[in-house]
Design a protein around this ligand. Structure first.
Ligand SMILES: [Fe+2]
Ligand SMILES: [Fe+2]
Length: 321
């Protein structure tokens, strides 16, 4: 039975959803959703794990996610739908979608122009995903079968270091952060990251945690892998330009690995899924388009702040004593 407090919470959150002008960049709503999702992942300090399946909190999450998904579907156009559901046709459509992406390119700016302070900001903004890298997509494994499942496990095995914890991509990212003098603890900068960066992780987690959205999480991963190899080379160049050539392992790893992952993700994962479940095609394309759009929004936000001479980070919270 829901308590008064839970009833009030869902009412409050419902009002916030009704009143927000942009749920994607709404810090309160995205942080709320992020904390609710954390209950399913690594947990929250001082919060009992028993809250994970609390009916009242699930209702709150549904209120935010329903509105969030509606906005994403309304804002993100999907084009290039193939006329057949063959794995090759799906892979071709995904590669074309990724090639048509006209995002301004944070990686190009980092490679050629970013200051050391901006490099640190870039790491902080990325840390909200990269310190848990691969986890949102892993939720899809039990929802897949056959060729698609084998492909996802093959990709994730690399992401998780192939049995070597120090080679986990999240750990390589944490090592890079520590090398720059930053805190490599997950959530260490939860009060500083941009709301749209939280939205980016919340979107992946939403795709991963809902079986009905398994096409979207698969398409998301395919687009993510397809747009990783070349930007990571450029990020590494930025590190070298600024005197951090000893800290490029995370980026170098992705130049190599993701050139392979994009092929597996497009043909075997996405193509393999659509071949046996053709009804997932539209969501595969939507997930891929959403990955590209969200990356573009984060980039616009960060580059917009830098070009205006501002930090892209949120001001630190002050906690009343
Ligand atoms: Fe990775
Ligand atoms: Fe990868």
């Amino acid at each position: 039975m829901a308590s008064d407090a839970q009833f009030s919470l869902v009412t409050l959150v419902g009002s916030a959803v009704d009143e927000t002008t942009d749920i994607v960049s709404d810090g309160d709503l995205q942080l709320t959703l992020f904390c609710l999702n954390a209950l399913h992942n690594d947990g929250l300090d001082h919060v009992s794990d028993a809250w994970e399946w609390d009916a009242g909190l699930m209702e709150v999450r549904a209120v935010i996610e329903d509105a969030f998904e509606q906005v994403l579907r309304a804002r993100i156009p999907v084009s290039g739908r193939p006329t057949t559901s063959s794995a090759d046709a799906v892979a071709k459509a995904l590669f074309e979608l990724a090639a048509a992406d006209k995002s301004p390119g944070l990686s190009r700016f980092v490679a050629s122009k970013a200051s050391k302070e901006q490099l640190l900001e870039f790491m902080v903004q990325r840390s909200i995903y990269q310190l848990r890298e691969a986890d949102p997509h892993t939720w899809a494994i039990p929802r897949l079968n056959g060729r698609a499942k084998a492909a996802l496990v093959e990709i994730q095995t690399d992401e998780y270091g192939g049995g070597r914890p120090e080679r986990m991509h999240a750990e390589l990212f944490a090592t890079t952060m520590r090398g720059l003098g930053l805190d490599g603890t997950y959530g260490g900068y939860i009060d500083r990251v941009a709301p749209v960066a939280l939205a980016s992780v919340n979107m992946m987690t939403m795709f991963g945690l809902h079986r009905r959205l398994r096409g979207a999480i698969v398409g998301h991963l395919a687009a993510f892998e397809m747009t990783s190899s070349s930007p990571n080379r450029l990020y590494g160049n930025g590190f070298r330009r600024l005197g951090f050539a000893h800290l490029t392992e995370y980026f170098d790893e992705h130049v190599e690995a993701d050139a392979v992952h994009e092929q597996i993700a497009a043909r075997d994962l996405a193509g393999g899924l659509v071949e046996v479940e053709p009804e997932t095609l539209d969501d595969v394309l939507f997930g891929a388009a959403a990955c590209l759009a969200m990356d573009g929004w984060v980039t616009e936000y960060v580059l917009g702040a830098w070009k205006a001479g501002r930090t892209s980070l949120e001001p630190s919270w002050t906690v009343a004593a």
